[in-house]
Design a protein around this ligand. Structure first.
Ligand code: C5P
Length: 279
């Protein structure tokens, strides 16, 4: 029997390493990045209904056609021809303009939910392809939570789950705009790191963290560089910005005080089972 309602977690991600390879003629950048889902989640409620309704418990994120949830509904309908009206409520907890992929995750979760509620007409590969058109990070969230991502980020090589890790996400109140950070990027000055070697290191249990967007983000938001320096002074050893920022992931055994203007989230890696969604 087909279900009429579903409540799903929509996880955030971090980029354990992010290498920017080159700028493309279409204005995007080719990346090589290890993406990992984390247990900081939004909650999405879906129910098939007689009319369409989309609501969010947020004053800052409009529930309009620019929202990736709405784009995912439109994409699913255009691709499948299935147009049953649906009520969706988004309980937002993942900070925005953070580089944590919250909007992309919401879109992926919506594609998954609509596919479930309609009796699985599409394969996960189809959902990933449709997701890739909505945004560069959407396809990743349809993986099982650990993936090596190339192209714009939408070409997914699934990886086995990594060794569990608990760490902190720090999010300054101020966010960063992805296009603005990419605009500041000095590609020619990036160190020539080998992402395949970094991937091999992670598979072997070694933590290798870097992000080619960090210096560009620091140029847009100098207090982020100062925050990173401060975190080292608290005893943390491994600190990396996620995506285009402004969230930092902070690993190690430091002593973290409350920092004014910075939200703190204790998190760990999360993965989904092959035939289920994130818990
Ligand atoms: O694909 P998405 O809509 O998430 O990308 C937002 C913006 O980030 C793009 O318009 C582009 O400026 C930048 N971007 C990029 N290269 C990528 C991904 C995003 O330049 N691989």
């Amino acid at each position: 029997m087909q279900r009429r309602g579903l409540t799903l977690a929509s996880p955030a991600k971090i980029n354990l390493f992010l290498r920017v390879m080159n700028r493309r003629p279409d204005g995007y950048h080719n990346l090589c990045s290890l993406f990992q889902a984390i247990d900081l989640v939004d909650i999405l409620h879906f129910s098939l209904s007689d009319s369409n309704l989309f609501t969010i418990n947020s004053d800052v994120i409009p529930a309009d056609h620019n929202n990736l949830v709405v784009k995912a509904v439109e994409t699913f309908r255009a691709a499948t021809g299935l147009r049953t009206p649906v009520n969706i409520h988004l309980d937002k907890r993942i900070p925005v303009q953070a580089g944590l992929g919250g909007g992309s995750s919401n879109a992926a979760t919506t594609l998954w939910a609509l596919n479930e509620l309609h009796g699985r007409p599409a394969t996960i590969q189809q959902l990933m392809r449709w997701g890739g058109k909505i945004g560069s990070d959407v396809a990743f969230f349809l993986s099982e939570g650990t993936a090596y991502c190339t192209g714009r980020g939408e070409i997914i090589t699934p990886m086995s789950p990594l060794a569990p890790q608990s760490f902190w996400i720090l999010k300054p109140k101020e966010g960063l705009s992805t296009p603005e950070v990419y605009k500041k990027l000095a590609i020619d000055l990036l160190p020539d790191r080998n992402p395949k070697a970094s991937l091999k290191a992670w598979v072997g249990g070694k933590r290798v963290l870097y992000n080619d967007l960090e210096q560009a983000a620091f140029a847009v938001m100098p207090m982020l560089a100062a925050l990173k320096t401060k975190l080292f002074s608290y005893g943390f050893t491994d600190i990396i910005m996620s995506g285009s920022g402004s969230a930092l992931a902070c690993f190690g055994d430091g002593d973290l005080p409350l920092i004014p203007g910075v939200d703190l989230f204790p998190v760990k890696f999360t993965n989904r089972a092959a035939d289920g969604w994130y818990a």
